[in-house]
Write a protein that binds this ligand. Sequence first.
Ligand code: SF4
Ligand code: FES
Length: 253
Amino acid sequence: MSGEVLGTITLRVQRYRPDADEAPHLVDYEVPWGRDTSVLDALTWVKDHLDPTLAFRWSCRMAICGSCGFVLNGTPRLGCEHFVRDYAPGPLVVEPLANRAVERDLVVDLEPFLASLERARPWLVPDPEDPPGEAGNRQTPEQMLAYHDYAMCIDCLLCYAACPQVALAPDFLGPAAITAAVRYDKDSRDHGSDDRLPALDREDGLWACTFVGACSTACPKGVDPAAAIQQAKAATAAAWAAEFLLPRRGGRP
Ligand code: SF4
Ligand code: FES
């Protein structure tokens, strides 16, 4: 820890080793803090000075990699983005992200999310009959703005921890995976919307969302997954209406 120590705080951390512990339990650690001590710094201090077995993920320490999501006093947050001073005098309860299986202590299983991402097919699909040359990949600023905010996602899973529908229906594709699909649907270079539709237009896809909006409140990057999901619902419903309700071209009036 660098800088002047301003106090100590009780970090109340959930510990759990599924192979050895009957149940998760909270353990208290007294941690010194200063003006710039992040919650991630405090956890690192515990690991360096009190218990090297404490497990948690981190990498960038600057709210970019999305690794350090925890539940802090009941709210999903990035540990590197929030400061201990804002939780003083404590205690500060640090738990793993909700709605994910715990692998150890504060480390959760990411596999179901990665499977959801794969189902959503969040990648650029070029027009097979007109593959883009170098000039064909160019976009206007307006075309880029159509998906820009949705491209800010860092896969931190705070939205999954906040979402009551993920808690009720673990197979729900979920906010970030749907937003990733919408990000490419809105990209002027993309022709993959039809490929993504089977994963989105399902009970456990778009239609599982009840628009609580907790995902957007929790998001640290301003992505607004709730808006992405509602836009995808509207686009899917419009496509359905065009397909089944409007007179078909060349068909009966
Ligand atoms: S949508 Fe926001 S909260 Fe959800 S994974 Fe992306 S950055 Fe994190
Ligand atoms: S360590 Fe990368 S987002 Fe916190």
